[in-house]
Design a protein around this ligand. Structure first.
Ligand code: ZN
Length: 171
């Protein structure tokens, strides 16, 4: 390509020249773009390093165009942060800055709170204890029914032990 003086870019040129300029400008621009946006692999690495979950919008060349913070999208009450609407400044500093922001911390907090609420459902250990309780309650019910039977029929209380032993072996 022939060298041109820098001033020639600002001066009106004839049509032929204009065409070549336009195409070379386009190549420069697309090269710039690939240089600017890091690959998905790179951004995934940041995710691990900074301990943050990101959703990525990737172009056909595997370069990231937009980043979303998963926790903020889901849990932030104020949905105006760039990491909710889609951050287009694909830099590690942007991710780090967001991770350390008050907004992100708030999302993490409300996520933790919601998860705690969810864990209010009985765990398997609690379920096991509740089952144990059911067995106990059934046993107690039998004992009370026996006690009631003895009292109601004015039987001697010494019968209670025999009745219970009999019923328990039957159960
Ligand atoms: Zn966030």
């Amino acid at each position: 390509m022939a060298k041109r003086k820098i001033t020639s870019f600002f001066l009106p040129t004839d049509n032929n020249n204009n065409d070549t300029n336009e195409s070379s400008d386009l190549t420069v621009e697309s090269q710039k773009k690939t240089k600017l946006n890091p690959s998905m692999k790179t951004v995934k690495k940041w995710e691990k390093e900074l301990n943050i979950k990101l959703k990525l919008v990737v172009d056909e060349d595997d370069h990231v165009n937009q980043m979303f913070c998963e926790d903020c999208v889901q849990f932030m009450p104020d949905q105006t942060s760039s990491f909710v609407t889609g951050c287009t400044s694909i830099k590690k500093e942007s991710v780090k800055y967001h991770r350390d922001s008050v907004i992100h911390q708030r999302s993490i907090d409300s996520k933790a709170a919601q998860e705690k609420e969810k864990s209010g459902a009985p765990s398997s250990l609690i379920k096991g204890l509740m089952k144990l309780d059911e067995v106990q309650i059934e046993k107690m019910e039998k004992l009370f029914r026996t006690a009631f039977y003895i009292a109601y029929n004015a039987k001697p209380f010494t019968d209670f032990k025999d009745c219970v032993n009999f019923k328990l072996t039957m159960a």
